[in-house]
Every structure is written in structure tokens, then in C-alpha cells.
Design a protein. Structure first.
Length: 388
């Protein structure tokens, strides 16, 4: 009998979430209130530093970081922002949305950009570098930070998938760079939708808090607490990028069970590696390879590399028809139709990007997936590959 196994499933402690949401509702502040502040403080405690600012999603977090690094202004089309093409489109869209031109760099065997691949793309027009801790795997921050200092070019860490992972004993997000997080439904730490910026200084955090709320000089919470007339003014043209206190309450609850979730993911990831290595010899290899400097890995996703003789999209189609919610790997942004005629789409200097793009396969993966389901998935996949 066939099974229906989803690609992902959030790890939710329903009772804890309801308790935090009820507490938020009791404050009568459901937007711009104290629960958002509590979530930001708890986020800071977990990563060990920085100045977190909660926002509506991870994409706007990157946009806000870029604007801040440009003195609060939009860019021009001559301004270049280096970013890996092998990433979710938000990484490449954000520079365009603030007026800049993306310049694509390759990733290494781990799937993350390197100082070497970035340096090849630096020109006199380079204004910023976006690195991506792809699938929770950290970039080599020491090498990239040294490159940043050498050329005096700021770095943004797109940590959309990286909450909980560590670089040389330090949690991602506790950094000298502005870091951005996604809290979307498939992330290890999720609020359904949402994002977080981690600023480098308290002053920078205040700028982000203003920018997320139409550029206001004070928050509604500050205004309400004041025992005197306190009127806001607006010195920045911005929009509404806030999260609600209800969303923040979900985040508070999720933080309490986060380490349990990651421990479960680590066990499931290791078991997948064992199955793929033993059962799919000559057909596929595990692709979640982690550098030695990674001292904790959150196992955000699980993917494999199919042998080049297989048509990956055909395999996805066949697995889905059997109820297995797999996915082609991350796209190469520069080859998406919206970018083909606008920016450089040369692929010859991005071999790893093209390898993952053409031959990578995401398998169903989440904290509560069972070993029995994993064995079933690999068995079905093996039979399919051997029949082709």
C-alpha cells in the first residue's frame, strides 16, 4: 500500500503555542506590543548576542540590510551586489528590489559561497556582498570577513535556514555582520511567516525598528507608555514591515522546543546518510556535507546528488506520483526567466551551482519523520533508479 509523505512538516508544540498566544492576547497588544520585544530578547539570548529586530519576512530583512548599508538610500543600476546564484530567489531579488545589480558567484562542495569565489567577482562597483548559510551550513566566516576588510566591502549574512547552526562554537547571527533570518513555515524555527534582522549595534537596531514601521521616530508602545504628550515624526520614507504580537508569541513557544527539534533532525539526517550510502551505491550520494568548522548543524533540509546518468526532474515526477513529496534542488537564480535577459547568465564559472541545480534532489525531511518512512522512501527511490 502506497503512503503519502510530505516534503516537510513543522515541529509544533501546540499547547505551548496556545499558552504564549493567550498571554499575548491578554496584554491587548496584538501588534507593536510587548510580545514582539520579548521574542527579540529571547532570540538574542539564544544566539548569544547582537540586536535582533523582528520583521515581516526574511526577504524584506535582506532589503532593509542593503538599504542601511547604503546610507539609508536605494542603489543605482551601476551598484553591484555579489550573491550566490544557488539560493532561494529572495537572495537575488533583494538587490534588484533596492535598485542594485546582482553579480553571481559560485558555491563550494558544501553548497556555500567562498572567499575565493566572491573575490573573483569584486569590481570597483561592488557595494555589498550577500553570503548564504545554505540549508543551515555555515560559510567560512573568518575567510569572508578577511576579504571584507581587505576591500572594505560590507557583508550581509543571509541566514534564512541557519538558525541554531554554529561556526567555530558561535551561533550564526552572533556576528560582526548584519544577519537576516527567515521564520517561514519550513524553517526549523518558524512563526508561519516572519523574519529577523540582527543588527550590529543598538543604534543600528533603532534605525531598523523605525524603518519597519513607516520610518516613525517612536513606536506605538513607547507612545502609549509615556506619561506626557509624545508625538512621533517621520524622517525616513518607508513602509510597514512589522510582525504581530501573535506571530511573536508563536516564535517564543517555538524557541522553547527548538533544541529538541534539532536533536531529532540530527538523528534523522544521520539515518538518511546511512541508508543512502548503503542502499544507493552507484545511484546517488548524500549531499549534506558539513565543513569541519561547523560545530553544530541544524539539518534544515536533506538532499542527495543523483548520478549524472539520471534525469532528476523525471525522478521527482515519478516519486511524486507515488506519494513522496520530494523536490528538485535549489534553483540557479541567474537562469530564472525573470533574469535571463537582464543580467549575466553565464554558467561556465559556476560548476557547483550547476551540479546542485541539475542533479540535486530534496527528500522528505522533518523532525518527526520516522525511520520506517525513511526506509520506505529509499526503497522506492532505489527501485525507480534501478528500473531506468
Amino acid at each position: 500500500m502506497s503512503r503519502k509523505i510530505p516534503l516537510g512538516r513543522p515541529f509544533l508544540d501546540t499547547q505551548s503555542i496556545l499558552k504564549e498566544v493567550e498571554a499575548a492576547l491578554e496584554t491587548k497588544w496584538i501588534s507593536g506590543g510587548p510580545t514582539v520585544v520579548k521574542f527579540e530578547e529571547a532570540f538574542k539570548d539564544y544566539i548569544g548576542g547582537g540586536f535582533p529586530v523582528a520583521v515581516s519576512n526574511g526577504t524584506i530583512a535582506i532589503e532593509m540590510a542593503l538599504v542601511k548599508l547604503n546610507g539609508g538610500k536605494r542603489y543605482t543600476s551601476e551598484d553591484e551586489v555579489i550573491a550566490p546564484s544557488w539560493s532561494w530567489v529572495a537572495t537575488g531579488f533583494a538587490p534588484v528590489l533596492v535598485g542594485a545589480t546582482p553579480v553571481w558567484c559560485d558555491v563550494d562542495q558544501y553548497g556555500v559561497p567562498t572567499a575565493e569565489s566572491i573575490e573573483k567577482k569584486i569590481t570597483k562597483n561592488t557595494k555589498a556582498i550577500i553570503i548564504v548559510h545554505q540549508m543551515g551550513i555555515p560559510c567560512d566566516l573568518d575567510a569572508i570577513n578577511a576579504l571584507s576588510e581587505k576591500y572594505n566591502i560590507p557583508v550581509i549574512e543571509d541566514t534564512a535556514c541557519g538558525f541554531g547552526s554554529e561556526y567555530k562554537g558561535t551561533k550564526l547571527g552572533n556576528s560582526r555582520n548584519i544577519c537576516t533570518f527567515s521564520l517561514q513555515a519550513r524553517k526549523c524555527l518558524t512563526t508561519g511567516e516572519g523574519g529577523m534582522l540582527v543588527a550590529r549595534t543598538a543604534e543600528e537596531a533603532e534605525w531598523f525598528k523605525s524603518y519597519r514601521a513607516f520610518g516613525t521616530s517612536i513606536s506605538p508602545l513607547e507612545r502609549d507608555k509615556a506619561q506626557f504628550l509624545l508625538k512621533e515624526n517621520f524622517n525616513i520614507v518607508s513602509s510597514n514591515y512589522k510582525i504581530s504580537d501573535i506571530t511573536a508569541a508563536v516564535g517564543l513557544a517555538q524557541l522553547k522546543s527548538f533544541d529538541t527539534e534539532v536533536s531529532m533532525r540530527q538523528q534523522r539526517g544521520a539515518y538518511y546518510d546511512k541508508l543512502v550510502t548503503e542502499k544507493l551505491q552507484g545511484l546517488a550520494t548524500p549531499a549534506n556535507r558539513v565543513p569541519e568548522y561547523t560545530t553544530n548543524y541544524n539539518w534544515q533540509n536533506y538532499h542527495i546528488l543523483l548520478d549524472s546518468k539520471f534525469n532528476r526532474d523525471q525522478i521527482v515526477d515519478l516519486l511524486r506520483k507515488q506519494g513522496i513529496g520530494c523536490k528538485w534542488d535549489i534553483q540557479a537564480i541567474h537562469l530564472e526567466p525573470v533574469f535571463e535577459s537582464r543580467f549575466d547568465n553565464e554558467t561556465s564559472d559556476m560548476p557547483n551551482t550547476m551540479l546542485f541545480k541539475n542533479h540535486g534532489l530534496w527528500l522528505p525531511f522533518y523532525a518527526e519523520i520516522t525511520e520506517d518512512d525513511q526506509e520506505y522512501i529509499i526503497s522506492i527511490l532505489k527501485d525507480l533508479l534501478q528500473s531506468l
